[in-house]
Design a protein around this ligand. Structure first.
Ligand code: NG6
Ligand code: CA
Length: 522
């Protein structure tokens, strides 16, 4: 590859721009452009394996994602680490299985930082390799140094800047959790001094309405389960909140806000290598897409949110193309966990589903130990290196993306960092079709499964068969270990554990080794 020295000093700060409030890249003499690509990870929320047109979606068009797939590689056997957001994101960004680390379950909006500043993150990795680094959209990994003690009216004492991100414009947790404001570089964006912000996950603030007591105020979306605490923008939330004023988001504008900031960031950093973690809110609840996407699908707001997600992808790609940097930008598109249809709001998603199958052929959903919980779409495009467009059914886990990208950019990973992440760059770039020998999947109640190309093993657990607190979802729990033959039984219908005791034993032994951190990949 051509090696060229890039002197950042010659770039004028104005050229780099501050349009999105992003800080200008620091002058760093060590920064060399080794013809390395920009790296953009587009990480959707709750987008299922079957939710994109190029993965068989019905009733919604996703032309921008389809194009990405047709110009790159469409993966058909990619797994998240967990069936919910916080643990999946933790694992993606640290290369450590979340189940090794207490406190990585679905986080409240006032959780303190789950990744500690001393921990080596994917952002650190890119930053140390000379990249400018950024995060947009859903965070859900805690902010500030202490849970519940953040002062949202002042700069947060700890935020993404301490984890290697040079710039961030994020939501603290999810759209259904307070605080309902964007955070830019550790401070509430568009802060309104006339409406100081208070947040509690324990008790309401005197005089504030709640979804539970004032359902008549839920003028935008009613809740189907939970989501009955603070009311913001006519929608019930998880957690209590007071104030916010003009800083409060309007759900219909979330995709626009996130996408616009990301586009501005790309424009401002077109001349330096950048890493962007772009994490849209779509298609997580509350689904309340902008008017211009309403009716774009036959499925109501859930399908319309998929169309909105596709639009965001299109804006990012269009920007890269217009700036002439798309060819040398590695774009990875995926999701944080499987899909859920009714996740607590009365948005008619179930009624209007029609023939659409959010999990494709897979059983279970978000939260579940079945494949529907962790099987997700994955698309990789990098015209400069990936010429053959096509499809790959290589068995892949997101846990490996940190080490793989590290290898691509020649990162020096400190000892002990990304302990569960293996360099499988060839899988990602389509030059090596060797399957990962196994991947581990974590359900929402911490049941671990092992998936190989041929088998699926779910460890024994005596929890309930169905989620007990709202969504009508099979957990995958069973008092005895389950074993499925994935080649002939994609939808995990026939448990063959009793017929294959040796295989069950082998899987249990392997899982024990993995838990002990002693399972190496061959
Ligand atoms: C659940 C929420 C659900 C969603 C999920 C986390 C209720 C009733 N349900 O507890 O709506 O927020 O947590 O989703 O509160 S995730 O994709 O961020 O992991
Ligand atoms: Ca999610």
């Amino acid at each position: 590859m051509k090696k060229q020295l890039l002197t950042l000093a010659c770039l004028s700060p104005l050229a780099i721009g501050m349009a999105s409030g992003a800080s200008a890249p620091k002058k760093n003499k060590k920064v060399q452009e080794r013809d390395l690509p920009n790296v953009v990870i587009i990480y959707a929320d709750d987008l299922g394996y079957g939710d994109l047109e190029c993965y068989g979606a019905k009733g919604v068009e996703t032309p921008n994602v389809n194009r990405l797939a047709s110009e790159g590689i469409r993966f058909t056997n990619t797994h998240t680490v967990a069936a919910t957001s916080t643990p999946s994101r933790y694992s993606l960004l640290t290369g450590e299985y979340a189940w090794r680390k207490p406190g990585t379950d679905v986080a409240a909006g006032n959780a303190g930082m789950i990744i500690k500043p001393g921990q080596y993150t994917m952002a650190d990795m890119f930053k140390h390799a000379g990249y400018h680094t950024s995060a947009f959209g859903k965070w859900h990994l805690g902010l500030g140094d202490k849970t519940g003690e953040q002062d949202w009216n002042a700069p947060l004492p700890a935020s993404l800047g301490d984890l290697g991100f040079d710039y961030h414009y994020i939501m603290a947790a999810t759209a259904d959790r307070v605080p309902c404001v964007f955070i830019e570089n550790g401070m509430v964006d568009n802060y309104d001094p006339s409406a100081p912000i208070e947040v509690s996950y324990k008790e309401n603030f005197p005089g504030e309405p709640t979804g539970k007591d004032n359902p008549e105020l839920l003028y935008n979306l009613k809740s189907s389960h939970g989501h009955d605490m603070a009311i913001v923008n006519g929608i019930g939330r998880i957690g209590y909140m007071k104030g916010g004023g003009k800083a409060l988001w309007k759900d219909e504008n979330i995709a626009d806000s996130i996408t616009t900031h990301a586009v501005d960031y790309i424009k401002a950093h077109k001349d330096v290598p950048f890493f962007m973690y772009f994490a849209p809110n779509d298609v997580h609840v509350p689904r309340f897409p902008h008017e211009r996407f309403r009716g774009k699908s036959t499925m109501g707001f859930r399908g319309d949110a998929i169309a909105q997600f596709d639009w965001s992808v299109g804006e990012i790609m269009k920007t890269l193309e217009e700036l002439g940097i798309a060819d040398n930008t590695l774009v990875i598109l995926s999701s944080d966990n499987g899909p859920v249809v009714d996740d607590g709001y009365d948005d008619q998603a179930e009624k209007l589903l029609g023939e659409h199958r959010p999990t494709g052929p897979y059983r279970g959903n978000k939260y579940s130990a079945y494949e529907g919980g962790t099987m997700v779409p994955a698309i990789v495009r990098w015209p400069k290196r990936i010429h053959a467009s096509g499809e790959s059914n290589v068995l892949m886990s997101q846990i490996d993306w940190m080490a793989s990208l590290g290898s691509l950019i020649g990162a020096k990973m400190p000892k002990g960092s990304a302990p569960d992440s293996f360099n499988r760059l060839g899988n990602l770039l389509g030059t090596d079709a060797t399957d990962r020998p196994w991947v581990v999947e974590q359900s929402s109640n911490h049941v671990l499964s092992i998936r190989t190309k041929d088998w699926k093993f779910i460890e024994a657990n005596d929890g309930s068969k169905m989620i007990t607190w709202g969504p009508k979802i099979e957990t995958g729990n069973n008092k005895t270990p389950q074993l499925y033959r994935m080649e002939e039984d994609l939808s995990e219908k026939n448990d063959v554990a009793a017929q294959h005791p040796d295989e069950v034993f082998a899987m249990q032994t392997l899982l024990r080794k993995i838990r002990a951190g002693k399972a190496q990949l061959k």
